[in-house]
Design a binder for this molecule. Structure first.
Ligand SMILES: [Zn+2]
Ligand SMILES: [Zn+2]
Length: 153
């Protein structure tokens, strides 16, 4: 796991980092992309596209689902967010890694997620599955369970 974590960084730090990451990759964090990234950061839980539309409406912007999904694709493509397939929702990336090659723990209690950025483990799972004739779609390998907080509650 990586030391850098958006949960402990301020929103401003995360935004500045995202800005920089985009610049390095020759992409631009437009106002819309920045706003949606902000919504993901502020939520602290996986956010569904529909919730983003509501959030943007509260900010006075009416957006179509198509433009939301396009923007989310941008954030995924530039390693700023991850899609949580189990929840059909999105989380901001909390690590410095740029690829989607990571294990993502999803708590079925609080729906919180934790990045397990371990390339060796990821590749091991991937190649073991390949040996069984199963190929993973590109993206996170999701692991569902109960987090420590939920277990104690
Ligand atoms: Zn990440
Ligand atoms: Zn939990």
């Amino acid at each position: 796991m990586t030391a850098k974590n958006c949960a402990t960084n301020t929103m401003q730090d995360c935004l500045a980092e995202a800005e920089q990451r985009c610049m390095q990759r020759g992409a631009r964090l437009t106002d819309l992309r920045r706003s949606i990234f902000e919504i993901l950061l502020a939520a602290r839980k996986p956010v569904k596209a529909y919730d983003i539309i509501e959030c943007m409406r509260d900010r006075g912007q009416r957006l179509t689902p198509a433009s939301i999904y396009r923007t989310l694709e941008f954030l995924l493509g530039h390693g700023l967010a991850h899609r949580v397939n189990a929840l059909n929702a999105y989380v901001p990336c909390t690590g410095p890694h740029e690829e989607q090659a990571l294990l993502l723990f999803v708590c079925s209690g609080c729906r919180g997620t934790t990045e397990i950025d371990d390339r060796v483990l990821y590749d091991a799972v991937r190649s073991r599955l390949a040996g069984l004739g199963i190929s993973l779609r590109n993206g996170c390998i999701e692991i569902q369970g109960i987090c420590r907080n939920c277990l104690q509650a």
